[in-house]
Design a protein around this ligand. Structure first.
Ligand SMILES: [Zn+2]
Length: 199
């Protein structure tokens, strides 16, 4: 028989569904929450609640933000002529931390994965194309991951953009095939961006 009261076992079950958490870590977190100061637990619960109601995606680049336009897109110092295309916000953050890029981003919110039913309409490709038409973009840097889906997505974007008057580059990868931008160190990312090549 499950030794825990229902509300506790339910919390453990829900926590263990979170990425990277198994039942053991979920149990440890639940036990911690039981003993932690009440205001800390309240504040965590409030934070989770507000996350869904206050965080939206930037109307320009689809980065997560609590304003209509994110801090990067509204920064007047950033180069609006360069757009770095990434799969997700975590990749954007990794590139930001490298400090090697001063343009703007376009967050696809996924990659093409036909086997999982994810085609061009399921990610923000149309929106990238629309930006290309309305903004003065002179370089699009494809920074999808060096995975088979990331490569397929980069090739697809190249196909739809290649006849446009825009320089298309692919970041150089010291990142091994199958690697992941968001877990790549700052120096490797900086080198990958600086060594980008026409695609
Ligand atoms: Zn933005």
């Amino acid at each position: 028989m499950n030794p825990y009261p229902p509300i506790l076992s339910e919390l453990i079950r829900k926590l263990s569904r979170l990425p990277g958490l198994g039942e053991k870590s979920a149990t440890r977190i639940a036990m911690y929450l039981l003993k932690a100061p009440e205001r800390d637990v309240e504040s965590l619960a409030e934070n989770i609640r507000q996350l869904r109601s206050n965080i939206r995606t930037c109307s320009i680049c689809f980065n997560f933000t609590d304003e209509p336009v994110c801090a990067i897109c509204s920064d007047p110092v950033r180069d609006t002529g360069q757009v770095c295309v990434v799969e997700g916000t975590a990749d954007l953050l990794a590139i930001e931390q490298s400090g090697a890029f001063k343009g703007r981003y376009h967050v696809l919110q996924g990659v093409l994965a036909p086997l999982d039913g994810i085609g061009p309409d399921q990610i923000r490709i149309k929106e990238l194309f629309a930006r290309f038409k309305s903004e003065k973009i002179n370089e699009i840097i494809l920074a999808t991951n060096p995975s088979s889906e990331g490569e397929a997505t980069a090739h697809y974007l190249l196909q739809i953009l290649k006849d446009q008057a825009v320089r298309i580059t692919r970041i150089a990868y010291g990142i091994p095939m199958g690697g992941d931008l968001k877990y790549t160190d700052r120096v490797t990312l900086e080198r990958a961006l600086k060594g980008r090549q026409a695609f």
